[in-house]
Design a protein around this ligand. Structure first.
Ligand code: ADP
Length: 754
């Protein structure tokens, strides 16, 4: 957009000036005219050759020269301006005389026409300054500040277009504020490559805060110097008339601009941006107005840091409030997945992203503008090895991961967070490619000219294309506090997970304590109950023995029932006692050959059941298991006993076997592992109705009247379950009512495959 170029050497020593004024180089201390612009004849009525070598007092009164000297000594090194009367062959002429020293022995004087009608009186100046300053103080953010500046400068100067152009860290820039004539195309938001303003030009902008080109089509005026001029070629860095590089002139012509004024904006001494003014026709701004613009530029320069900080602060505050909401939601959610899913709306603003993918335990949720699920899946695989401190940040993903070219429109920028160390839980944020479509219809230019010399820098449209090229496959960079937002999310999640773990640990301790208490209670209660029960039982017996003759038949019957009931109660208490012991008893773990145990159990059964018809099937030898022999034999005994007991078949059979691959209980599918074995005890008995499949494991739960199927306490299966669970296994039953049941249970294998 500026291209005050340029790559040619000596940009600050062009050997020529613009045509709207004239320049004199004066050697001090004898005030000898040593160098002049070649237009003195038209401006002063003396040809340059005549002027060279003369003393300045041929053109200026002694008092004016003293005034210049005074100014120089009062504010050394500065640019000064005085409205002076020059004594020329054309008569007395008033010029706005702008001067600055070059070292201590040389002075550059530049004469600009002094506008006949003073644009500002002092009070007017003051009023304007005061008003603008007040406005600037009202601005809170940088964008407000910029908007006020462009408005005020357009009002003061009357330029067709006033813009603020800000450089980014790469040196490229964009238009961030604009005030313009309504009929002109907007440039707001346009970007330009670093090469548009070469380093040398930037350095000049940093030194000389205001640059005016009143007529882009001017004829450069060469400088002429005495042979012994000590400053040839003259350094015009601080000159107001410095001739403009032809490249820049061409660039401006291609934009249809006839006059420009540029004011530098500095932050911490470095060029931060420019206030750029354009006019569609030649346009001269008197020095006083320029000074006011320069002053506003300086005020703005002072304000940039604090306004930027305000803007950052606002953004940071916003991020903080999003974080707070997120943490609140996370705290209330039951699982990480649920928490993240519920907070999906907050996740995007948290880091200023357009899309987000949440990956927890193999499930992907997509929010906003994202690649497809399978693209995200592949990206995660690529990412897994690339996290550093749980973070991966890039604003040029396709450069690192070429597959991403396919979805550059949504994910040229990636900010990824790995939430947990062991499990794969990730949050990925996406930003689209930065390139934007711009309508250049208003800028008249012929692009083919641009290619003639192989360069493209003179053409704004080409320049924009060049910028597009440099930022292709890139998103806007992630700001430090956006990355911080992601990190804090991780800390918050970890904090919550830890808190949940803590709560769980506390619940576990509590559970263990109450379990122990329950066991102890069951033990004490059953133990202590036995004594009075025994007393009741004994007394009932005494009554029967000693007072039978005094009782009628009904009384004797009742005593018999009482004795039977005490017996049953004793059985129940013993079962409870046994059960309570199981909870406290240490397991005596060993590698067990269940085939041996089974043999003993079967022998006992056969002996106790006498000639009853029953078949005990073991289709193949059982594998080794890891467990407590006594307890596991109790399991088998109980299950086999039930299989034969709840069986009305004339050919009763029970089958004991194991499954080839471990199967887990339907309600707790995660409990099994590779080293788990699933055994079963199957019968052709009466079966169990579906609604009882779970309840039969409850203590004292029987499905039949006391007298049926040989009676029982309803504790057997509860004990079986407790033993299996103490071996970290599970037990469940499948049954077809009337046809038989299969009890499955899992146990740790006695040896692994290896
Ligand atoms: P008990 O046998 O002392 O009643 P259990 O806890 O061993 O107590 O069994 C609880 C109930 O489950 C039994 O009363 C019976 O109704 C039912 N049951 C247990 N095993 C079987 C089986 N193999 N077939 C059918 N019903 C069974």
């Amino acid at each position: 957009m500026f291209n005050d170029t340029c790559d040619r050497p000596l940009l600050h020593k062009p050997g020529a000036t613009q045509a709207h004024g004239l320049l004199l180089g004066i050697v001090l201390p004898d005030w000898r005219i040593s160098q002049v612009s070649a237009n003195t004849q038209t401006r002063l009525g003396i040809d340059p050759e005549t002027l060279l070598g003369q003393s300045l007092n041929t053109l200026l009164s002694e008092s004016d020269i003293t005034a210049i000297a005074d100014d120089l000594s009062k504010r050394p090194g500065q640019i000064h301006s005085l409205s002076l009367t020059w004594l020329t062959p054309l008569g007395e002429q008033t010029f706005n005389t702008i001067f600055h020293p070059l070292e201590d022995t040389y002075l550059i004087l530049e004469l600009e026409p002094d506008s006949a009608e003073k644009t500002f009186s002092l009070p007017q100046f003051y009023q304007t300054y005061k008003y603008v300053l007040h406005q600037l103080q009202q601005a809170v953010t940088l964008s407000e500040l910029c908007q006020i500046i462009v408005q005020q400068i357009q009002q003061i100067t009357g330029f067709d277009r006033v813009m603020i152009y800000q450089f980014d860290e790469t040196g490229a820039g964009s238009v961030i504020a604009e005030n313009k004539r309504d009929d002109l195309d907007p440039y707001l938001g346009l970007h330009y490559p670093d090469s548009d303003i070469p380093q040398e030009a930037k350095a000049l902008f940093a030194r000389n805060p205001l640059r005016l080109i009143p007529d882009v089509d001017y004829q450069p005026v060469p400088l002429m110097a005495l042979a012994d001029d000590p400053q040839s070629p003259l350094d015009l860095s601080l000159s107001v008339l410095r001739s403009v590089s032809p490249d820049h002139i061409e660039y401006l012509q291609n934009m249809g601009v006839k006059a420009t004024q540029t004011i530098s904006l500095l932050k911490d001494g470095k060029l931060w941006g420019l206030i750029s003014c354009h006019h569609q026709s030649p346009y001269f701004i008197p020095y006083e107005q320029r000074s006011l613009c320069e002053f506003l530029g300086q005020v703005m320069s002072l304000e940039i840091a604090s306004k930027e900080a305000n803007e950052d602060l606002d953004y940071q505050k916003f991020l903080k409030s999003v974080q707070t909401q997120l943490v609140k939601k996370l705290g209330q959610a039951e699982s990480l997945t649920q928490a993240l899913f519920q907070s999906r709306q907050e996740l995007l603003p948290l880091v200023g992203a357009d899309g987000c993918a949440i990956y927890t335990e193999g499930t992907i949720f997509l929010v906003g503008q994202t690649p497809t699920e399978s693209e995200v899946q592949d990206l995660i695989e690529w990412l897994e090895e690339r996290f550093e401190n749980h973070l991966f940040v890039t604003h040029a993903l396709p450069h690192l991961y070429p597959v991403a070219i396919a979805f550059k429109n949504v994910a040229s920028g990636l900010l990824a967070l790995s939430l947990t160390q062991v499990q794969k839980n990730y949050v990925l944020w996406f930003r689209p490619e930065q390139i934007q479509q711009v309508n250049w219809a208003g800028a008249s230019q012929n692009p083919s000219q641009a290619e003639a010399d192989g360069t493209i820098r003179y053409f704004p449209r080409k320049s924009f294309e060049l910028w597009q090229e440099t930022v292709r496959l890139q998103s806007l960079p992630w700001k430090p506090w956006e990355i911080e937002g992601a990190k804090e999310l991780r800390s918050a999640i970890i904090g919550i997970v830890l808190q949940k773990l803590n709560e769980l640990a506390e619940i576990n301790i509590e559970l263990e304590r109450s379990n122990n208490e329950l066991d102890a209670f069951a033990y004490i209660a059953s133990h202590d109950l036995k004594e009075p029960l025994r007393g009741i039982h004994n007394y009932a017996n005494f009554l029967l023995e000693d007072y039978m003759n005094l009782l009628d038949e009904e009384g004797v019957d009742k005593l018999h029932t009482l004795i039977k009931l005490t017996k049953r109660m004793e059985d129940l208490i013993n079962a409870l006692l046994h059960f309570s012991r199981l909870g406290r008893q240490e397991l005596n773990l060993q590698i067990l050959d269940l085939n041996q145990s089974l043999q003993t159990i079967v022998d006992v059964f056969k002996a106790s059941k006498g000639g009853e018809m029953m078949e005990i099937r073991v289709p193949r030898p059982l594998p080794l298991v890891l467990g407590d022999r006594v307890l596991l034999e109790e399991v088998l005994t109980n299950l086999i006993n039930n299989a034969l007991k709840y069986n009305k078949n004339s050919n009763k059979w029970v089958e004991i076997g194991f499954l080839e691959t471990s199967v887990q209980p339907p309600t707790h599918p995660t409990q099994g592992t590779n080293s788990t074995l699933t055994l079963y005890v199957k019968d052709n008995g009466i079966g169990i109705q579906e609604r009882h499949l779970d309840t039969i494991f409850r203590i004292f739960k029987r499905l039949h009247a006391q007298s049926k199927y040989g009676g029982g306490t309803g504790v057997g299966l509860t004990i079986v379950k407790k033993i299996i669970e103490r071996h970290h296994g599970s037990i469940w039953v499948e049954s077809t009512y009337g046809d038989g049941s299969t009890f499955y249970f899992t146990l740790p294998q006695g040896e692994t495959d290896s």
